[in-house]
Write a new protein. Structure first.
Length: 703
């Protein structure tokens, strides 16, 4: 009985795109089979913390289809937590957006009638980002611009084509999303070129990237203060870019604007949210008609009697409607790209104009009116200024932002019982054209047995070998590259997910000598980066040496060394997982034995020579600061172990699969804020000579 998360949304998503997760369940016919899912959001400047997991948006119980698939759609829920943000009309500073962008993740578990509350599996170690935005006009398009747009270094979220005109007083904005995984101080830079060919620059500091990753940037001539740089010269054009404060790295490629000194009548600008979540501005010219109607006036006044100092009761109802209809030309649409910008505006209900230093809503009433031909330089359309409802978004057809294909690897396989770990396959013997291999794995508590499967390369049907023990010997009489896997039998027709072992090769060539009986690895020394390990093995009579091979898990090439002793010491990276094997060199004619494999290992997790701590204790107290948010203060302690002065404490809530790791100098850890839940914890010594002791667990407790 198992399930697997096989599809996630992109790392960056839009709240109105199809943002979904796909979970595949192996046994949808099980009694009461369903999936619990919870969606959480965090502020864009927040990191996940077990004590502050974020806001719970929704919890749902999903029932799988007959094929075991169930989808969890998130976009409507996420959209309900996001708000459009406008720049301040009287402020020329950069605006960090925090309501229009958030982080989110899910946690999930398969439930059945016999196991209604299994542990949660969490995606909290891989937070994703959602920005309030739109979708393609056609439902079947479902484009997600982040796929190809951001890696191309184009994080200005705007439809407006560059290299077009901007008026001297026109307000212009660019929306910038910082998608890079680096966080240096950034500046908004404008490189000004004058009509005489000379240049100048102006800069504005961006807010700290810890505050937000999404910003509205002022980009108008007056907003950037470009006229004051050299007031006696005329500006020809300027480029706007985002760079680090040293100017060595460009995070947003330059966006060019040409100064336009032509005289217009009744010039003003519209600002609108475009369909990729940025904001654009458009200069228009023309005039407008203002209409105001007094529809009804009704006044009621109390009469009679001596009211003294008390005024008579008075009720008034006055219905007044006012609207302004714009008539004129929408800028100078001398390019096809500029016309597409206008299409986006014409299809948007989130259009604003500045009235008395405030952004007031503008509504276009002519959404079905067609655009003119592509070579038109002017086009008129009426607008009415009033309040309205949500956006109708539009994606121009020539904007190729990718189809939103999910290319991430599936998640881990989860089950209502645990899959085996530490899978190992070893060569045993070759006799009469038959190779015997020994397979083993860690025993799973409460398992009724196990099911091993192997598959020769080129075949499609797995061969199944049931066993009640966590090990089995299997004979092979076919040369091939093999894959293998094991799952736990939890009950009748009830299994965990599979754990996959490393592939192996069956070679029926008769070996000229015997391989060493075993291969072991010991930790000698440990630093912040490097670990020194020693490989050792028993002697094989009559051989001239041994070939030791090792490599990081996932690499395709083995590193090897020819050794004429019974041990070999070398440095490795401390936190990388390795696999290793050895074979005997039978003679000087390049004849070898088969391989014997050692256990996979991570140097920093290998057991050292020191003892584990003892006397574990925990004290829960109230702290006024923590109590306000429903937390308790917890202090952990233990007795020192000889040979060490530092320790590693790990703790987790019993309903979570994620351990929180704390490195501690000394024998106490105080001021830990925890929620009122049951908590597991354990401690191990960090040995002075390298490696750790075994873990020793404290008693579970509830705050």
């Amino acid at each position: 009985m198992s399930y697997q998360l096989t599809e996630r949304p992109h790392k960056f998503s839009f709240s109105k795109n199809p943002i979904r997760y796909l979970v595949e369940i192996s046994n949808p016919e099980a009694t009461g089979c369903a999936l619990d899912v919870e969606l959480y959001v965090l502020a864009i400047n927040a990191d996940y913390d077990i004590a502050a997991p974020g806001e719970l948006v929704t919890r749902q119980t999903l029932y799988p289809n007959p094929d075991g698939k169930t989808y969890f759609y998130c976009e409507d829920f996420l959209n309900s937590w996001l708000e459009w943000e406008l720049p301040s009309t009287g402020d020329n500073n950069i605006k960090a957006l925090t309501k229009q962008i958030k982080k989110f993740y899910i946690r999930y578990r398969q439930i059945t009638k016999s196991n209604p509350t299994p542990p949660w599996a969490s995606e909290s170690d891989d937070l994703r980002i959602v920005i309030k935005g739109g979708v393609a006009k056609e439902k079947f398009d479902r484009n997600n611009f982040f796929v190809n747009y951001l890696p191309a270094k184009k994080p200005f979220l705007t439809w407006q084509p560059d290299k077009h005109f901007i008026g001297p007083e026109e307000r212009r904005y660019l929306t910038y999303f910082h998608s890079d995984n680096v966080y240096p101080p950034l500046v908004l830079k404008a490189r000004v070129v004058y009509t005489d060919g000379s240049q100048d620059t102006a800069t504005k500091d961006l807010p700290d990237l810890g505050e937000s990753l999404l910003f509205h940037l002022p980009a108008g001539l007056d907003q950037l203060g470009l006229y004051g740089l050299q007031p006696l010269k005329q500006i020809w054009y300027y480029d706007v870019s985002v760079e680090d404060d040293g100017g060595s790295t460009v995070f947003a490629s330059p966006y060019r604007l040409y100064a336009d000194y032509r005289k217009y009548y009744d010039v003003f600008s519209f600002i609108y949210h475009n369909s990729i979540s940025g904001i654009d501005t458009l200069r228009i010219r023309g005039d407008f008609e203002e209409d105001m109607n007094l529809e009804k006036t009704e006044i009621q006044q109390a009469t009679g009697g001596d009211f003294g100092e008390v005024l008579p009761t008075e009720n008034a109802v006055i219905n007044i409607s006012r609207n302004e209809t714009y008539k004129g030309d929408a800028g100078w649409m001398n390019t096809k790209a500029f016309q597409d910008s206008c299409k986006d505006l014409l299809l948007s209900d989130n259009v604003y104009r500045v009235v008395f230093n405030r952004w007031l809503r503008v509504v276009n009433l002519q959404k079905t009116q067609p655009m003119g031909a592509s070579d038109d330089t002017k086009w008129s359309f009426p607008l009415q200024w009033r309040y309205t409802f949500d956006n109708t978004q539009y994606t121009p057809p020539d904007k190729d932002f990718g189809a939103g294909i999910n290319d991430e690897a599936p998640g881990a396989v989860y089950g209502t019982c645990t899959a085996p770990g530490n899978l190992l396959s070893e060569f045993v013997a070759e006799v009469g054209g038959v190779v015997t291999r020994h397979f083993s794995w860690d025993q799973v508590l409460g398992a009724e047995g196990y099911e091993l499967q192997y598959l020769p390369a080129g075949e499609t049907d797995w061969v199944t070998v049931p066993t009640t023990d966590p090990e089995v010997d299997i004979d092979f009489d076919t040369e091939a590259d093999y894959s293998w896997r094991v799952r736990t039998k939890c009950g009748t027709d009830d299994y965990s997910g599979y754990s996959n072992g490393d592939g192996f090769v069956v070679d029926l060539t008769a070996f000229a000598c015997t391989a060493p009986a075993s291969l072991t690895v010991a930790l000698i020394n440990l630093t912040d980066v490097i670990a020194t390990v020693k490989f050792s093995w028993p002697a094989v009579p009559g051989v001239v040496g041994y070939v030791l091979e090792f490599r990081p898990i996932g690499d395709t090439v083995w590193g090897n060394v020819l050794v004429d002793a019974l041990e070999f010491t070398c440095p490795l990276f401390r936190d990388v997982q390795y696999e290793c094997r050895i074979k005997s060199k039978c003679d000087n004619a390049d004849n070898y034995s088969g391989y014997v494999y050692g256990n996979n290992f991570i140097p920093s997790n290998m057991i050292g020579t020191c003892n584990a701590p003892t006397g574990l204790g925990v004290v829960v107290t109230s702290n006024p600061i923590f109590t306000v948010v429903g937390l308790k203060n917890v202090a952990f302690s233990w007795t020192a172990a000889p040979g060490t002065t530092s320790y590693q404490l790990q703790l987790k809530y019993t309903d979570s699969a994620t351990w929180i790791i704390k490195d501690v100098t000394g024998t106490t850890l105080n001021e830990v804020a925890l929620k009122d839940k049951t908590i597991e914890w354990k401690v191990r010594s960090n040995c002075t000579g390298g490696g750790f002791s075994n873990f020793v667990s404290g008693d579970n407790f509830n705050t």
